[in-house]
Design a protein around this ligand. Structure first.
Ligand SMILES: NC(=O)c1ccc[n+]([C@@H]2O[C@H](COP(=O)([O-])OP(=O)(O)OC[C@H]3O[C@@H](n4cnc5c(N)ncnc54)[C@H](O)[C@@H]3O)[C@@H](O)[C@H]2O)c1
Length: 217
């Protein structure tokens, strides 16, 4: 099995590449190194390029036998997303659509999207679960919610199956700790309980959340 990890030179993506590679999965990393580091890519193949470039995507999908795509490439600064929304909508939404269209063109039907707990906005109750309202309070959160909505429509129309990882701020020791995530899948909803103290990506304040899945980083 071969997985394309986009944003694999970044903080979370590089841990995902390590996890996949050390468990025997073939990994190809695509990253434009705008916020990531070449030195962070220690496993698998690396293609330097932009996820919004159809020629780069065509090259990758034509030259590697990709089974699924994991998408960790985005701009992530809440404050900057408010002062420069064009930058965030362009990279986080428009470029993601270029990627999704290339996947459909190349008949790749499985997608994992690094979303965020910021799609929920201010908690109406805790622990937050999947029934909680989605009301992001900043541009960054809105870009992620837009992609989640696009993914629902792409599932209905084109059969693209996706899972969205809605985590709070990720922090873990590389060797042993677990990173808590709340995941949601277009095909099916799966949530099991587990509380975790987390810092709100929207406000920076600590709060308690619920996590629907965990993976070790
Ligand atoms: N860090 C967290 O606590 C956290 C919490 C919730 C969600 N997320 C989400 O997880 C993902 C990864 O976060 P991170 O903290 O690892 O960020 P990061 O900035 O460390 O990594 C992002 C990577 O994507 C690359 N990238 C950005 N735009 C690109 C483009 N157009 N083409 C190719 N590569 C591009 C960057 O060079 C970088 O290597 C993001 O989508 C973020 O929204 C992160």
């Amino acid at each position: 099995m071969s997985i394309l990890v986009i944003g694999g030179a970044g903080y979370i993506g590089s841990h995902m590449v390590k996890q996949l590679s050390t468990s025997g999965t073939e990994v190809i990393t695509l990253d434009n190194l705008s916020c990531g580091y070449r030195d962070a890519i220690k496993y698998g193949e690396f293609v330097e390029g932009d996820l919004g470039d159809p020629a780069v995507l065509d090259h990758v999908f034509s030259n590697y036998n990709i089974d699924a795509v994991m998408h960790f490439a985005a701009f992530i600064e809440v404050g900057e997303s408010v002062s420069n929304p064009a930058k965030y909508y362009r990279n986080n939404v428009l470029n993601t659509m270029v990627l999704l269209d290339a996947m459909i063109q190349h008949d790749i039907g499985d997608f994992i999207f690094s979303s965020t707990a910021a799609i929920f906005g201010e908690p109406e109750y805790t622990p937050i679960d999947e029934k909680h309202g989605k009301n992001p309070i900043n541009t960054y959160g809105r870009t992620k919610l837009m992609v989640e909505q696009i993914l629902q429509d792409y599932d209905t129309a084109y059969g693209l199956k996706s899972t969205c990882l809605r985590y709070f701020n990720a922090a873990a020791r590389a060797s042993s700790s677990a990173t808590a995530i709340l995941s949601w899948r277009t095909a099916s909803t799966a949530t099991s309980a587990g509380n975790a103290a987390r810092r709100s990506p929207a406000t920076g304040r600590s709060r308690r959340g619920i996590c629907g899945g965990c993976f070790n980083s």
